[in-house]
Design a protein around this ligand. Structure first.
Ligand code: HEM
Ligand SMILES: *[C@@H]1O[C@H](CO)[C@@H](O)[C@H](O)[C@H]1NC(C)=O
Ligand SMILES: *[C@@H]1O[C@H](CO)[C@@H](O)[C@H](O)[C@H]1NC(C)=O
Length: 329
């Protein structure tokens, strides 16, 4: 640069810093995975993003906004089990045991038919080209954006697995009774930091949980707002009603930072949610997110890209499934 920094105004400096940090973000994500690229389907399926967006918009309009939440969770549960390879989409058959009946998924993950529907639309326009794993990665982002959350660039070029592992799903997916140390270590196993873990947990700004996953918290824990516990108890009896649903936060159809405001007020729904604000290492970050929605948005978007880069199948590994629920014959 030929001019000195003192000639720059405050906003120019902020601009330079932002540009520099974007360059760093692009460089660091390409070192995490050199093979995925944002332009992977630019010539082979140029309409991919609008097709996925249209499919998500229709799913949300037809069924409910919750579908954005369900797809986001599906992507998380795909990526955490041997990488983002579409393995969670494989249905169980008489001769094949996949991940959908692992404990964290059974009677709980949903939205597979929405991915099937989007895949069918994509196949009509560009057949045998786009993986189910990439469709899921894009659909998760589109759902977040449609409900008012941040956007991010999704690196593409993942291929689909020919296998799945129920036991790895049971081992690697976090459970609702986990303590903070366990959460940090389970995300650490995926090379995601405690900050990534806390930001990603903000996904619970969307969607619902079944009573069985928060019963012990609302009846037995003491670090809980009593009015909040009473409200949740009304629809989650001490015994029975295991599948009754309750929202994590009071604005479950809008992607905002309300989840973190609730944690600060001891209104976390799951034990694992409240662990993020319970006198330990993540308190100050949760507090910051509760005050600064855009700090949350920024960290969430960056952590979603990192999570999406988890050990993808690329090149000639894996396959492009014709139908997301079944390995090609
Ligand atoms: C930090 C550890 C986490 C734990 C222990 C956890 C646990 C859970 C549980 C128990 C449910 C309720 C499932 C049910 O009752 O059927 C749930 C729902 C959900 N989770 Fe998480 N989760 C975690 C992190 C994440 C992450 C990282 C994401 C995505 C980035 C995510 C996205 C969601 C969404 C959107 C829902 C609502 C789904 C729906 O309404 O269909 N969760 N989670
Ligand atoms: C985490 O990073 C280490 C070191 O680069 C690597 O060996 C390991 O495979 C990574 N783990 C995952 C799940 O990506
Ligand atoms: C609460 O704790 C008591 C005593 O440990 C136990 O008997 C009871 O089953 C627990 N209730 C729930 C809903 O977890």
């Amino acid at each position: 640069m030929s001019y000195s920094f003192k000639l720059l105004g405050r906003f120019d400096i902020i601009f330079v810093v932002i540009v520099a940090s974007q360059v760093l973000i692009i460089m660091s994500s390409s070192t995490i995975n050199a093979q995925l690229s944002r332009s992977f389907y630019a010539s082979t399926c140029p309409l991919l993003v609008p097709i996925v967006r249209g499919g998500m918009r229709q799913a949300i309009r037809n069924n409910e906004p919750r579908m954005a939440a369900s797809i986001l969770r599906l992507f998380f549960h795909d990526c955490f089990v041997n990488g983002c390879d579409g393995s969670i989409l494989l249905d169980d058959t008489a001769t094949f045991t996949g991940e959908q009946n692992a404990f964290p998924n059974r009677n709980s993950v949903r939205g597979m038919e929405v991915i099937d529907d989007i895949k069918a639309r994509v196949e009509r326009v560009c057949s045998n080209t786009v993986s189910c794993a990439d469709i899921l990665a894009l659909a998760a982002r589109e759902g977040v954006v449609l409900l008012g959350g941040p956007s991010w660039v999704v690196p593409l070029g993942r291929r689909d697995s020919t296998t799945a592992s129920q036991s790895d799903a049971n081992r690697d997916l976090p459970g609702p009774r986990s303590d903070l140390a366990t959460l940090i270590s389970q995300f650490g196993n995926k090379n995601l930091s405690a900050t990534d873990m806390t930001a990603l947990s903000g996904a619970h700004t969307l969607g619902l949980s079944q009573c069985v996953n928060f019963r012990s918290r609302i009846y037995n824990e003491t670090n809980i707002d009593s009015a909040f516990a009473a409200t949740r108890q009304a629809n989650c009896p001490f015994s029975g009603g295991d599948t009754n649903l309750a929202p994590f936060d009071g604005s479950q159809n809008s992607f905002d930072n309300n989840y973190f405001r609730q944690l600060v007020n001891k209104r976390g729904l799951l034990h694992s949610d409240q662990e993020l604000f319970n006198g330990k290492s993540q308190d100050s970050l949760v507090f910051a997110y509760s005050r600064r929605p855009f700090a949350f948005f920024r960290d969430f978007a960056s952590a979603m890209v990192k999570m999406g880069n988890l050990s993808p199948l690329t090149g000639t590994n894996g396959q492009i499934r014709k139908s997301c629920g079944v390995v090609n014959s």
